[in-house]
Write a protein that binds this ligand. Structure first.
Ligand SMILES: Nc1nc2c(ncn2[C@@H]2O[C@H](COP(=O)(O)OP(=O)(O)OP(=O)(O)O)[C@@H](O)[C@H]2O)c(=O)[nH]1
Ligand SMILES: [Mg+2]
Length: 291
């Protein structure tokens, strides 16, 4: 009997939600970084588990918003969770239990949707400490289910998938059997570029950066693809950082992104990057809408 359900991935920034999504989908559709607040949109990833089709909704990390951009991100979290049949509360097992995860748990509780607590990054936990840590998380949140996992090594992912498929309702699949995501190629391309910026720059620069695709030619067997992207920052100083001495930084970003795009599109092509200043874009409703 066919089953289908939407499963929201909710949790503090940096807990490993996007890493999980890429792993279960088997393709890199969401960008990942070791910095918090990497994901800014709801990203759908589709997987098959026997006769069960699961649509995972990767969501921005749950945080207190400081800009309009962040309020919009939190809006997506609420929407994504409300849409879901089951929520996975992603937590980082290497971090102490604190305000952040309590805030997540409270937000989820209000929604009245079944929650599984997935304690991620257990590859970094010493085996002797494991029972104690699991017990502490269990006591703190009394979850319906607690599954220790490692998205990096794949530990217990199959267990989590089986658990989910048992919880989801019998109903027709919503997507084609081969579909992986609803994200456009343009969106994934702009995210791959943003990922390099997040990786290579520090402090306020990753947060103050947005990327838009300004020209896009997918090309074909004979013609290479061509992408022109504009990188938006809020200040001239940030633009200087992104360009780097003699253009060294922008060239590093371009090389890294081009390599990823080649992999993703399956062919070689050309990437051009422009860096422009738009003051306070994170507060600019019209600009945020256009992203
Ligand atoms: N050691 C270890 N690292 C992990 C694991 N899962 C994710 N990570 C790392 O944790 C960091 C954050 O991963 P992301 O997947 O970007 O986290 P996220 O929850 O999507 O973060 P936001 O989008 O900011 O909310 C990255 O450096 C990952 O490589 C894991 O199981 N073990
Ligand atoms: Mg993410």
């Amino acid at each position: 009997m066919k089953k289908f359900g939407l499963v929201a991935l909710a949790g503090r920034p940096n807990a490993g939600k996007s890493t999980f999504l890429n792993r279960v989908v088997g393709e890199k559709i969401a960008i990942v970084s070791d910095r918090p607040q990497t994901t800014r949109n709801r990203i759908l990833g589709i997987t098959m588990q026997g006769e069960t089709q699961i649509g995972f909704l990767d969501l921005p990390g749950i945080h207190k918003p400081a800009h309009k951009l962040n309020s919009r991100m939190m809006g997506m979290v609420h929407q994504g969770v409300e849409e879901a049949d089951v929520v996975i509360h992603f937590a980082d097992a290497t971090q102490p239990i604190g305000k952040g995860d309590r805030f997540v748990a409270e937000l989820l509780k209000e929604k009245n949707i079944p929650v599984i607590l997935a304690l991620n990054k257990i590859d970094l936990i010493n085996k002797n400490r494991m029972i104690g840590i699991l017990d502490a998380w269990f006591q703190a949140f009394q979850p319906q289910e607690l599954v220790p996992i490692s998205c990096l090594e794949g530990t217990n992912i199959d267990r989590l998938m089986e658990l989910l498929s048992r919880m989801l309702p019998e109903q027709p699949w919503r997507f084609g059997e081969d579909e992986l995501t609803d994200q456009s190629i343009r969106f994934i391309a702009q995210e791959l570029i943003r990922e390099k910026i997040v990786r290579y720059t520090d402090e306020e620069v990753p947060h103050a950066t947005a990327v838009t695709i300004t020209q896009f030619n997918e090309g074909n067997e004979e013609e290479p693809w061509f992408i022109e992207a504009t990188i938006w920052v809020e200040k001239k100083t940030q633009r200087m950082i992104l360009l780097g001495a003699n253009g060294s930084m922008i060239s590093k970003i371009r090389t890294g992104a081009k390599r990823n795009l080649k992999q993703f599109l399956g062919r070689a092509g050309e990437l051009e990057l422009l860096v422009k200043v738009r003051e306070h874009w994170r507060e600019d409703k019209a600009f945020l809408e256009s992203l």
